[in-house]
Design a protein around this ligand. Structure first.
Ligand SMILES: Cc1cc2nc3c(=O)[nH]c(=O)nc-3n(C[C@H](O)[C@H](O)[C@H](O)COP(=O)(O)OP(=O)(O)OC[C@H]3O[C@@H](n4cnc5c(N)ncnc54)[C@H](O)[C@@H]3O)c2cc1C
Length: 382
């Protein structure tokens, strides 16, 4: 077992860290406060190859491996989680599915602009009445005599929905078949029949725009089906497996930022005539924070490594996401506590880390769903 990173992996980590520190960290408070979409920063990330890290160079990406993706995501998330949310949707949820299931023409048409960060991609699975149980979706795609599909229905909580150029959409083509009746489509948001709803006001990751989208007689051409008709659910689950490595990395970035701030604070802040870091109760918290952070990082790198080797990684991605997101929430909570009143103040980023950490336990499969995936994989029972 080799715990060292390659030169290429260290290089992309370095590029991400530089942009994170020079461009994203100084503007994070502004974007969190205003909820503005950080388009300029996203373009910079795209120019550096960070919007399509695993996308081959021929389609506009950096052509790197999943471990590189983890390292870059951690750096961006440590500066601002909302930026890493946008980055993870472009990389994992949008590009990854098309690279795995798309035709050559689809890869050429949809991946390049997104991987280069010139355009934004989105992934639309969730609906107002169906999140964890995606098979309960109602958005319908009815095949017409000419082979095209007429799409009608609503999707909710779509990250980057307000700004996306293209959307990977999942809709029911045959409701009687349940999961096998779902098909994936590549949607152009400039076309008639596509509508955006209001932007969701959120607890955290406030600069990552999220909205409902609606389809009213949107016409998808046969060549805009991703994979084959009826394969949509399988495609969505595969994409989410990979996506969970990204969310685990995001959680690690948030946790690391909260941990680093805490380490600095416990050395400086004094109470009862001594730095608060000399109190055993604080030391126990620091030790537990460090153990959870390292465990989350190693589990996430394991999942990414397996993916890079072309091996199965479904359970490992869920283990990584569950461990990292719960670690991030716990670490951010302790970090606020250790900062006392300053942890609760908007003058420091601790309360932002605390708000941002929560989403990692919810999207791309809640913690309950991750436990279900892991237990099913362990027991073989459904
Ligand atoms: C900020 C944000 C961004 C998002 N971005 C996207 C996006 O880009 N694209 C997209 O498609 N979706 C997106 N989502 C949706 C997200 O993936 C869902 O919110 C999530 O999967 C949970 O679904 P739900 O909200 O419908 O909750 P529900 O599925 O209704 O779950 C409610 C509660 O019940 C629990 N539960 C459900 N089923 C079970 C079970 N079998 N066993 C035990 N507990 C269970 C859940 O864990 C949860 O605690 C986003 C959500 C948010 C908040």
């Amino acid at each position: 077992m080799d715990f060292r990173f390659t030169e290429e992996q260290l290089m992309i980590q370095d590029v991400a860290r530089r942009i994170a520190q020079e461009k994203i960290a100084p503007s994070a408070e502004h974007f969190d406060r205003t909820g503005e979409f950080p388009l300029d920063n996203i373009r910079t990330l795209g120019e550096a190859g960070l919007m399509g890290i695993e996308v081959p160079a021929e389609y506009g990406g950096a052509g790197m491996d999943p471990v590189s993706y983890v390292l870059a995501m951690i750096e961006i998330a440590a500066a601002d989680a909302a930026h890493s949310t946008i980055m993870s949707v472009n990389n994992s949820l949008f590009c990854n599915g098309i690279l795995t299931h798309g035709t050559e023409a689809q890869k050429q048409q949809y991946v390049r602009a997104i991987a280069e960060g010139r355009e934004i991609g989105a992934f639309a699975l969730t609906e107002p009445q169906s999140g964890s149980d995606a098979t309960a979706m109602r958005c319908k795609a009815a095949r017409q005599a000419d082979g095209s599909y007429l799409i009608n229905g609503k999707k909710s909580w779509i990250t980057s929905g307000p700004v996306a150029k293209y959307v990977v959409l999942f809709a029911m083509t045959d409701p009687e078949k349940g999961a096998r009746g779902i098909t994936a489509f590549l949607v152009d948001t400039a076309r008639e029949g596509f509508h955006r709803g209001k932007t969701e006001p959120k607890l955290g990751i406030r600069a990552s725009a999220t909205c409902e989208i609606e389809f009213a007689d949107y016409v998808a051409r046969p060549e805009e089906v991703l994979g084959r008709e009826g394969e949509g659910f399988k495609i969505a689950m595969g994409v989410l497996d990979a996506g969970r490595i990204g969310i685990a990395s995001q959680a690690i970035g948030i946790a690391r930022a909260a941990y680093d701030a805490t380490l600095a604070y416990v050395r400086e802040r004094k109470a009862f005539g001594a730095p608060i870091g000399t109190f055993q109760m604080t030391q126990a918290k620091i030790a537990d924070m460090k153990c959870k952070l390292d465990a989350a990082t190693l589990l996430t790198l394991r999942a990414a490594w397996l993916k890079g080797q072309g091996q199965r990684f479904t359970a490992e991605a869920s283990i990584a996401k569950l461990t990292a997101s719960e670690a991030a929430m716990w670490i951010a909570h302790q970090a606020v506590q250790i900062h006392g009143g300053m942890g609760y103040s908007k003058e420091m980023p601790l309360e932002r880390y605390f708000r941002d950490a929560k989403i990692t336990e919810i999207y791309e499969g809640t913690s309950e769903i991750q436990r279900l995936v892991i237990a099913r994989s362990e027991t073989g029972l459904r």
